[in-house]
Design a protein around this ligand. Structure first.
Ligand SMILES: Cc1cc2nc3c(=O)[nH]c(=O)nc-3n(C[C@H](O)[C@H](O)[C@H](O)COP(=O)(O)OP(=O)(O)OC[C@H]3O[C@@H](n4cnc5c(N)ncnc54)[C@H](O)[C@@H]3O)c2cc1C
Length: 250
């Protein structure tokens, strides 16, 4: 099977993100960047399919030279090669999705995997947009996957509010992976060494304008210091009054 996994580079979850000087973007100058955590489930799903059915796993990332780091991280987990869609003008989800779709349109992909969302901008949009652009069926927020390569059929369990939904699609198709789909493997030392010599092809996309403009980005207001009303039951009436009159939660 020809399997593709789209991987994004995002700020580490431990990072204290700062808003850039322009008040519209994340300041990436002093932050540790990692492989988007949801993309690890996508990588693992593709690698498990390759382990079972054979084939080829290719990773795709849109961005700058630094995106090669996440391609190498994925290649250290397994898989065959990477494609860096190299651009300085990363725009909105539509712009990124358009560049992925044009890189993959003639690829002969059987399945294209995404994370369910990128933890930087949280749009949960790109996988579904790429499916639409390529005219492929897609299932999002997938927590269980059964692929019958011979019958060209995919059965997915999706997480929906308060329950699960089972859907069927034909191959070729697009999946966005949710936590719980699998347990992503750790790169082994051998995998890390092997990744250094796996090929990463660079392609230059045509620029695609964003449809959405970010007008402002701000952090939530700093939390106010907590109040200690007392340490025994005499504090309860005042606590109830404050919860009722100030916090208005009871
Ligand atoms: C108007 C606008 C301008 C922006 N300008 C910049 C900018 O200048 N620089 C910048 O770094 N970011 C910029 N961004 C953010 C950038 O578009 C996001 O990092 C990117 O779109 C991913 O976030 P998302 O929430 O759209 O992805 P989602 O839709 O939540 O991502 C879903 C999945 O898509 C895949 N995916 C996401 N991004 C990529 C990628 N780049 N390559 C391969 N696969 C991917 C992953 O599998 C991911 O799990 C901008 C966003 C907007 C709205």
């Amino acid at each position: 099977m020809k399997l593709f996994v789209c991987v994004n580079q995002v700020p580490d979850t431990e990072t204290r993100v700062k808003v850039g000087q322009d008040g519209k973007t994340i300041d990436r100058s002093e932050i540790n960047l990692i492989l988007n955590p949801y993309d690890e489930f996508a990588v693992e799903a593709a690698l498990q399919l390759k382990d079972k059915n054979g084939g080829e796993v290719t990773y795709v990332s849109v961005g700058r030279d630094s995106n090669k780091e996440v391609l190498r991280k994925a290649l250290a987990m397994g898989g065959d090669k990477g494609i860096l869609v190299k651009t300085d003008s990363v725009g909105d989800s539509y712009s990124v999705a358009s560049m992925i779709a044009s890189a993959l349109k003639d690829s002969g992909a059987d399945m294209i995997f995404f994370g369910k969302q990128s933890i930087d901008y949280d749009d949960s949009a790109i996988g579904t947009m790429v499916a639409e652009m390529l005219g492929l069926p897609s299932a999002s927020v997938v927590v269980k996957l059964d692929v019958d390569e011979g019958a060209k059929k995919v059965v997915c369990e999706r997480e929906i509010e308060g329950g699960k939904e089972t859907v069927e699609m034909t191959i070729p198709c697009v999946i966005t992976a949710q936590k719980g789909l699998n347990e992503p493997r750790y790169p082994s030392l051998k995998g890390i060494m092997a990744a250094k010599s796996k090929p990463i092809q660079e392609v230059t996309p045509s620029a695609v304008d964003s449809l959405v403009e970010v007008t402002e980005m701000r952090k939530p207001p700093a939390k106010q210091a907590g109040k200690i009303l007392g340490t025994d039951k005499t504090a309860v009436p005042e606590l109830v009054r404050l919860l009722h009159e100030e916090a208005k939660v009871i």
